[in-house]
Design a protein around this ligand. Structure first.
Ligand code: ASP
Length: 425
């Protein structure tokens, strides 16, 4: 029998996970069983993906940059990457604002529901506030944080990806500036390390359908009641509509405009990465797979993916910024506040910065939302209103984040003549 494509196997894993959880919920200790015997496999799977992230960034970025052989090529790629990332993020926030202003999700929330949620989830807000406070400070903090004072310390935490990227760029650029013979042994080492890491990703992906099964089963068994979804129906609907416009209209249009390729074929090529973004809610954990599908399926050269994707996974979060815009408007409306046009325009700026600052891990967008709320003068306690449905929305916004990175990598590859014909499907 011909082996099923990866994305089909992952979808089967997802559906089986939902069914399994629904069946287990009928039994008295079903939730406990899933927590004890199924969830750990999901955690192991995510850990394996994260385990590979730092070595992958180091090896592939050092290899990719030193392959460029020319610093100007790097700066061209760098400026375009940042330019496209900013453009898509600003578009996403603006779309979020438009959708939220049309649907007005906050107006339909009753006072009783509002008060109930404020009491139930009030405690969580304080926790998130404390987390957000840690991240806030001077205007140059972002750049200050990017430069590590110790590379070994930087590589010990997945939250310091930007520091690792900075180091790899620094090493790569220095290599370009030296004669080839001097750097050859070092480069050979990283070329070979890169191949080994790619093999490791292949091996991890064999377990993807099972990992996804475990992740989805535990999410479904722990998800909040349907009533909560109903109360927050219009809010969730607004976020979902915005995210779907990004996924099915905006990125396909960009792909068509800039590469003249069939956009829906492109979406199919990156589908495994989207599914994984959805199941893990983490762009960082999905990075190895985004790189694999963008290279192997779409045909983007490794020189481009190794630069554009790790940076994208860390700073380019369109889904997150769109969600932050909708959430801010929703909370303001729920508290009966009328946001002026000026205040809404300011949200474009803060949500763009907040999404850049969000870590690529589950729930990070919500922590940074506090900063957006604070800047706009919207009560931060409003976070309690949206907490219950955050996880499913996080799954979807991560899918958008991953799609955006892959889209831009493809466009930049096309512009630099580094896009081969797609190999699949
Ligand atoms: N989970 C998202 C990501 O990893 C970030 C967020 O919006 O919470 O891309």
């Amino acid at each position: 029998m011909k082996k099923l494509p990866l994305y089909v196997r992952i979808i089967i894993g997802m559906i089986a996970g939902v069914l399994f959880a629904v069946i287990m919920l009928q039994f008295a200790n079903g939730v406990q069983f899933i927590r004890d015997w199924i969830k750990p496999f999901g955690t192991i799977f995510i850990n394996l993906l994260k385990l590979i992230a730092v070595p992958l960034i180091l090896a592939s970025l050092i290899k990719g940059i030193s392959d460029l052989k020319d610093v100007t090529k790097l700066s061209v790629m760098g400026f375009r990457t940042i330019g496209f990332y900013l453009f898509t993020t600003v578009f996403a926030v603006s779309l979020g604002l438009v959708v939220a202003n049309i649907i007005k999700p906050g107006n339909s929330i009753s006072e009783t529901t509002r008060n109930e949620m404020l009491t139930t989830y009030g405690g969580v807000v304080e926790e998130k506030q404390a987390e957000a406070q840690k991240q806030q400070s001077g205007p140059l903090k972002f750049f200050e944080d990017m430069v590590p004072d110790n590379i070994f310390a930087a590589t010990t935490s997945n939250t310091r990806m930007l520091q690792v990227i900075f180091f790899a760029l620094f090493v790569g650029i220095s290599m370009i500036m030296l004669p080839e013979t001097t750097v050859k042994p070092f480069k050979d080492f990283f070329d070979s390390a890169n191949d080994i890491i790619l093999k490791m990703i292949d091996l991890i992906m064999l377990a993807a359908p099972f990992g996804v099964f475990a992740l989805i089963a535990s999410l479904v068994s722990e998800s909040p009641s349907v009533d909560l979804f109903k109360a927050l129906g219009w809010y969730s609907f607004s976020v979902v509509i915005g995210l779907f416009i990004m996924l099915l209209v905006f990125y396909p249009a960009l792909i068509y405009l800039f590469t003249k390729r069939n956009p829906y074929r492109f979406l199919k090529q990156i589908f495994p990465a989207q599914l994984l973004g959805f199941s893990t809610s983490s762009s960082a954990a999905t990075l190895p797979v985004s790189m694999e599908v963008t290279e192997k399926n779409v045909g983007v050269d490794n020189e481009v993916t190794s630069f554009v994707l790790p940076i994208g996974a860390t700073i380019n979060m369109d889904g997150t910024s769109l969600y932050q815009a909708v959430a801010a408007i929703f909370i303001a409306q729920a508290f009966g506040m009328d946001l002026t046009l000026g205040a809404q325009l300011a949200i474009i700026l803060t949500a763009t910065l907040a999404s850049i600052g969000s870590a690529a891990v589950p729930g990070a967008g919500m922590v940074m939302l506090i900063i957006v709320l604070a800047q706009a003068g919207i009560p931060e306690a409003g976070l309690a209103l949206i907490f219950a449905v955050d996880r499913p929305l996080d799954m979807l916004r991560t899918t958008v984040n991953v799609t955006s990175d892959c889209t831009i990598a493809t466009i930049i590859a096309k512009q630099l003549g580094k896009l081969e014909p797609g190999k699949h499907p």
